[in-house]
Write a protein that binds this ligand. Structure first.
Ligand code: AMP
Length: 574
């Protein structure tokens, strides 16, 4: 194994590495650093966050930047403001003992004037989010003609966030002879196309397996009814008194709901989602980073910029549709050589999704039994007993009060004293779990076997007293069961209309409604608005009968094919 001090770094950089406590280069560093320092080639590195990739490009960048020159020599592009600040902080720490290297973070959502002022003073390395950099280029305050190295960090995330045009535009601005490094967790056709267009015969470095989550993450799941998910989440956190976790939800609303419930149930939790202001998000992230918060309930998008190393768990309150999103989520635990745990709360309808993720990761998921009330009480109790055993008492004030306390409690023997202290501490758990066990319906693995023959899709026919309706809204509109129910409620003036099965597709959906209410509901919903879309609802056609040939709303996007089971189906086949 190559050591840092054999790599050709200056004493100043080696000192910074020691200050950071890095003893050995991590695999991505072993591969990327020598290539950056000794060869001229472009590099594509497929590496997840947490593998040490910032130092892999950052240390050589600091070494090769000339602080005597006044020009911008390196550009690091990354998807979010948080990552931008983090990379900048890391680069500053690598350059701590290296002269006067000027590194500037430029990102959206904060004063552009301050950034312009700093740029004018002269900068050697710019770390930027693409949108803000384009803005600054447009104002002619950034000059990139002396850039020798461009780093695209988390390139897949940048593309997911729609930065492709900005990236293309920026790459057109930097000189052709520069070197380009691209870091990405996954290799997609879009990444290959950027590589073909802007990179010159790049060396491809693979850290871990392509498209797989970190090796040291174990994947578990709990089989539960959707209605029991929250109870199970509480049990998981009660069973892990020192939990430090991100809980991923699907929508902003679900995120807020779960966080609010946890808070009102006395847990140390908070929400992170896009409905919060930037200042609120910053405050929550800071609390979480400083570990003043144990559980962060978040959407994928909002959690993107948050980078913490020592999460004990990632919890998928809802499984993502996209398997790559699962990889990103679970890759947030098990970092920097530690073991990580990714837990999914899976209900029956999600089993295929879980199976798909399992296949993609090529790792089996282990089913866990939901901890029982008595297991939880035992775990909490002994965790507390251990703390009691190890607590150091150093306050003089306590000594002063002791004689009086002793006198007051003198009638209680040791056992009674213990009983009372424990009861004070544990009443919540004991009350919660005294009768709790029968409230959660527990599945066995067999009942949930992936090999179980598929039931006939329940939505193909309206069941019993229900009618099946078509609606021109789907997941791509941010339309999920909560939104459907809210839409129905808000257009029926509080009159409760029973909804049956819901089948959400990408661009449109089907749902069942009590037959008697169907016509009324169609009348109420038609022409109402969901976000900026005019809603269109009608009775769904049965399979093979005369189909709707066109989306009733006339929206173009309804023409998009639905790809289920790898087959292209037209929407009219439903
Ligand atoms: P990154 O993938 O760049 O976000 O790095 C993940 C974590 O690994 C960060 O907290 C780094 O400080 C840490 N790290 C990076 N390189 C090393 C190393 N050689 N030894 C120990 N920790 C490291």
């Amino acid at each position: 194994m190559t050591e840092f001090d054999e790599m050709g770094f200056t004493p100043g950089i080696l000192r910074a590495i020691r200050d950071l406590g890095f003893e050995q280069p991590m695999p991505v560093q072993e591969k990327v650093i020598p290539m950056m320092l000794n060869e001229e080639r472009d590099i594509i590195a497929l590496a997840q966050t947490g593998t040490g990739k910032t130092a892999a490009f950052g240390l050589p960048l600091v070494l090769s930047t000339d602080s005597m020159s006044n020009a911008v020599q390196a550009l690091v592009l990354c998807p979010t403001r948080e990552l931008c600040l983090q990379i900048t902080g890391d680069l500053h720490s690598y350059a701590k003992h290296t002269g006067n290297l000027k590194i500037l973070a430029v990102y959206g959502g904060s004063s552009i004037e301050n950034q312009i002022r700093e740029l004018k003073k002269g900068v050697h390395i710019i770390v930027a989010t693409p949108g803000r950099l384009i803005d600054l280029i447009g104002r002619k305050v950034v000059r990139l003609q002396n850039v020798r190295t461009v780093i695209l960090d988390e390139a897949d995330e940048m593309l997911n966030m729609g930065f492709i045009d900005s990236i293309n535009e920026i790459l057109e601005e930097v000189p052709e002879g520069r070197r380009t490094l691209l870091f990405s967790a996954t290799m997609s056709p879009e990444i290959s196309s950027i590589a073909r267009k802007y990179m010159d015969n790049p060396a491809e470095i693979l850290i871990g397996t392509k498209n797989s989550s970190a090796e040291n993450v174990s994947h578990y799941y709990y089989l539960v009814h959707a209605k029991d998910k929250y109870k199970v989440l509480k049990r998981i956190s009660d069973f892990e008194p020192d939990i430090y976790a991100i809980i991923f939800c699907r929508t902003r609303r679900e995120t807020q709901e779960i966080a609010s419930k946890l808070i009102s149930d006395g847990y140390n939790a908070d929400a992170l989602h896009g409905d919060l202001s930037q200042a609120q998000r910053d405050a929550v992230m800071l609390k979480f980073r400083q570990k003043n918060l144990q559980m962060l309930v978040a959407t994928d998008v909002a959690a993107r910029g948050l980078d913490v190393d020592d999460l004990t768990h990632v919890i998928n309150f809802s499984l993502p549709d996209d398997t790559e999103v699962y990889t990103h989520r679970s890759g947030r635990t098990g970092r920097a050589g530690k073991r990580g745990i990714s837990i999914s709360l899976v209900h029956l309808k999600e089993k295929n999704n879980l199976h798909k993720i399992e296949r993609m990761l090529k790792k089996p998921f282990k089913s866990l039994p939901v901890p029982t009330g008595s297991e939880i009480c035992r775990k909490q109790l002994f965790n507390w007993v251990e703390k009691l055993e190890n607590v150091t008492t150093y306050h003089q004030e306590i000594e002063n009060f002791l004689p009086e306390i002793k006198l007051k409690l003198e009638k209680l023997d040791r056992e009674e004293l213990l009983r009372r202290v424990v009861s004070l501490e544990f009443d919540r758990f004991l009350d919660d779990y005294r009768t709790g066990d029968e409230n959660i319906e527990v599945f066995t693995d067999k009942e949930f076997s992936f090999d179980r023959p598929e039931r006939k899709p329940s939505w193909q026919k309206s069941q019993g007293n229900y009618k099946r309706l078509f609606i021109n809204l789907g997941k791509s509109d941010g339309f999920y069961p909560e939104q459907l129910i809210e839409l129905v409620n808000s257009n029926t003036r509080g009159k409760k209309i029973p909804i049956g099965r819901i089948e959400l597709l990408r661009n449109f959906s089907f749902f069942e409604v009590e037959a008697n209410s169907a016509d009324k509901l169609i009348g109420a919903l038609n022409n109402s608005m969901f976000m900026k879309t005019r809603v269109a609802v009608e009775i769904a056609q049965e399979k093979n009968s005369s189909p709707h040939r066109s989306d009733p709303s006339g929206r173009k996007k309804a023409k998009a094919p639905d790809r289920r089971n790898g087959k292209r189906r037209s929407k009219v086949s439903y």
